[in-house]
Structure formats: C-alpha cells, structure tokens
Ligand binder design. Structure first.
Ligand code: C2E
Ligand code: MG
Ligand code: MG
Length: 382
C-alpha cells in the first residue's frame, strides 16, 4: 500500500515481508526513481531516501513503526542521497540523553564565546587557564597532541583535539559528543570554534618564533557548508597565520560523498596553501583513482591498524600496503595511536614518516605542549 503523508513524504506498507523483502522493495523504488523525466520540456531528476522499520521486531504500533522509519530515513539522508537504511534500535533509546548532551554542549559553547569577546589574534591562549581558574562550570577547550618525526624524534606538528568537561556529566569523550553534534548540526558551530582556537594558537606560537603546523579535524557537515573555504581563509587572515601552517584532516567518507564537489573544495583550499590530510585512512572506501587526483599531503593510518603491530600479520600487511601506496602517490604518512616502542620500531622500519600516540604523549593543553617543545628548541639552538 502506498500513501502520501505529506509534501514529499510517502509511506509504503509491505505485507508479509522480512528484512530482505523490505530491502528488495527499497531497491526497486530507488531504481524506479533513478531515471530523469521531463516536465513541460524540462528535464528533472528526483532522488528519494528510504527508512525502513519492521513489524514486529522494531515496534508493535503503527505510530512507533512510522517514527522509527522516519528516523532511519533521516539517518539515510545524512549518509548519502538516494539510499535507504534500516531502523537501528540503539539510536532511538538514548534520544533523550543525546538531546540533553546537545543542549549542554550548546550552552558550553555559548559560555565560551560570551566569556571572551572577539579580541586580537595574538592574545595568548595560554592565558585561558589563569583566566578561568576557579571556574568549575562547563568548559570546552582544545588540546594538542604532538606529532613526531620517526627519524629525528622531533615534534614536527600537532593535532588539535576538542575536549569538553561538563559540570554535571564530567569529562565527556569526543567519541560521545561529536556524533551527537554531527547529528544535530551543531558540529558546524563547534568546528568553527576549534578552527579559530587552533589557528590562533599556532599564530601565537609563531609570534614566539615557533613554526608549529597544527592539524584540525573537519566534520562532513562542516566541510559541506558553502562558505567553508572562505571561512578557513578568513580565520587564517584574522590571526595572521600562513596557510601552510594549517592542515585540515578529512575522512575518506567526507571526500567520497559528493566527490566532485569535495574535489573542488579541496582544490580551492590547496590553492590557498592549506595542507590536507586523510584521517583514519584505511577505514573507508577510497578509490585509488580518486585519491590520485586529490591535492593532499598526508595519509593518517588509522590506529586500528597500528594496534596489532608488529605481531598481527594482517595489520602489518595493511600498513606496508599503505606505505607503498603513499610512496607511489608521494604522500607522507602519519601513524595514529602508537603506544609501544615495538609499534614505533615497525613503523620506522617500513618507512613511515611520522607518528602520534600515547607512547610520546596524549593530547596536552597548550602550556604542557610547550613544555615538551622547549627542550627540543633548546637542543636546536646549541
Ligand atoms: P581522530 O581525529 O582520529 O583523533 C585521534 C584520536 O586518537 C584522539 O581521540 C586521540 O586522543 C586518540 N589517541 C591518540 N593517541 C592514542 C593512542 O596512543 N592510543 C589510543 N587508544 N588513542 C589515541 P579523541 O581526542 O578522543 O578524539 C576522537 C575523535 O573525535 C577524533 O579522532 C576525531 O574524529 C574527533 N574529534 C576530536 N576533536 C574534534 C574536532 O575538533 N572536530 C571534529 N570534527 N572532530 C573531532
Ligand atoms: Mg584526526
Ligand atoms: Mg584519526
């Protein structure tokens, strides 16, 4: 049974079908919608996104089934246009706590921005700690994880990682709040804030004579904003940071979705001198042909492949394969999540360029980061 329930929303009720039957139906609908059609001489393409809920496994009432189907559809829309997705039970159960998290995050950001009116780009971020001493409420901050050259052992860069401590919830890990922020769209605002902080920090270091490239994670939704490229340029200009001291970390899925649009944006950023890295490399589905066309400078091997080094044969094989690929494409390689000397030795042996991980340091606040940097600078001066 096919029903139209709103402007552009339709419901299909399929009797006596299991998950496979529902999937077949979804594929047939997507296929049927795919060809373009003409209306009064003009060609049109219509895409559709489908969410699927199953009776009785997902819900017993029509109302709940429709709700689940709808949230699955929203999930599918986020993924890629024109697909379908099944209801995933977990997502709905903690909806309330996710909303609470989202609300608390928005308050935290509002507080950060209210607490510090726009100021000169050279205001040292190190002052943050002192300014906020005694301040026990919700706090967002950016920490910096050193990236180490495997040959020289020197810090050659740093990744900016967002940290959030909520007055009630305590320290909330990014793995929990970033997905919520992505779903609600708040990631755009929070991502801009992190970018601003990190660029300001790098500019501050530069003013002190330290050229320290900083890498900032970029979320899919943030990257898709029409004004993203201009926004990045504006932040660099505002703080007077040379573009080559900023690297943006993009994931494979960001680059593959709307591949042509992504390529254009990546090229526009590269033309402005901004460096680009592919984060969590190996966990997505990069096409080699596409990779070749991208003006990126580094691949970051996902830490799931580093974990089993050196003993695990498949991890070792994957890391070697990534090294070969990177050599062919003339890209540098950073290994993530290096925790043991044996992992580091393996990576050095296969020609990996850089690493980051708890073995050297976790993400540090800016003053702790500087403390790690000072001996290195002193050494260089000798
Ligand atoms: P990522 O970009 O892949 O960041 C690396 C993560 O690995 C960080 O987790 C880091 O703390 C962790 N890590 C570093 N060394 C080790 C190690 O030796 N062992 C282990 N087990 N883990 C290590 P974190 O900070 O919890 O961040 C998780 C993810 O959240 C990040 O993964 C990134 O995708 C996202 N994220 C963090 N900050 C931001 C941000 O400002 N914007 C966006 N869009 N995403 C962010
Ligand atoms: Mg990253
Ligand atoms: Mg990563």
């Amino acid at each position: 049974m096919l029903a139209r329930t709103g402007g552009d929303s339709f419901v299909v009720l399929v009797h006596h079908a299991d998950a496979r039957g529902a999937e077949t139906m979804a594929r047939r609908i997507v296929e049927a919608m795919a060809p373009s059609f003409t209306l009064e001489g003009a060609p049109f393409t219509v895409t559709c996104t489908i969410g699927i809920a199953l009776y009785p496994g997902d819900a017993m009432s029509a109302e709940a089934l429709l709700r689940h189907a709808e949230s699955a559809m929203r999930g599918a829309k986020e993924g890629s246009r024109g697909g379908f997705r099944f209801h995933q039970p977990r997502a709905d159960v903690d909806l309330r706590s996710r909303m609470r998290l989202d609300h608390a995050m928005r308050q935290a950001l509002a507080q950060e921005t209210a607490a510090r009116p726009p100021e000169s780009g050279l205001a040292p971020a190190r002052r943050d700690g002192a300014e906020r001493q005694g301040c026990t409420d919700s706090r967002l901050r950016v920490h910096y994880q050193p990236q180490i050259d495997l040959q020289s052992g020197q810090i050659i860069g740093t990744e900016a990682l967002l940290r959030w401590r909520d007055a009630e919830l305590g320290e909330v890990p990014p793995a929990e709040f970033i997905p919520v922020a992505e779903e609600s769209g708040f990631i755009v605002a929070i991502g801009e804030w992190v970018l601003d902080r990190a660029v300001r920090q790098a500019a501050d270091w530069l003013a002190q004579g330290w050229r320290m490239p900083v890498s900032v994670n970029v979320s899919a939704l943030q990257f898709r904003q029409p004004a993203f490229v201009d926004g990045v340029a504006a932040v660099l200009a505002a703080h007077g940071l040379p573009a080559e001291l900023l690297e943006l970390e993009l994931t494979e899925s960001i680059l593959l979705r709307d591949a042509d649009g992504a390529l254009q944006r990546v090229q526009a950023l590269a033309e402005r001198g901004v460096r680009l890295a592919i984060d969590d490399f190996g966990t997505g589905y990069s096409s080699l042909g596409y990779l070749k066309r991208l003006p990126i400078s580094r691949l970051k091997i996902d830490r799931s492949f580093v974990a089993g080094l050196p003993a695990d044969a498949s991890d070792a094989g994957i890391v070697r394969a990534v090294m070969q690929l990177a050599q062919a494409l003339r890209l540098r390689v950073v290994a993530e999540g290096v925790e043991t000397p044996a992992q580091r030795q393996f990576l050095r042996d296969v020609g990996c360029d850089e690493y980051q991980g708890f073995l050297y340091a976790a993400a540090l606040d800016s003053s702790a980061f500087e403390q790690r940097l000072v001996p290195q600078l002193a050494e260089r001066l000798q």
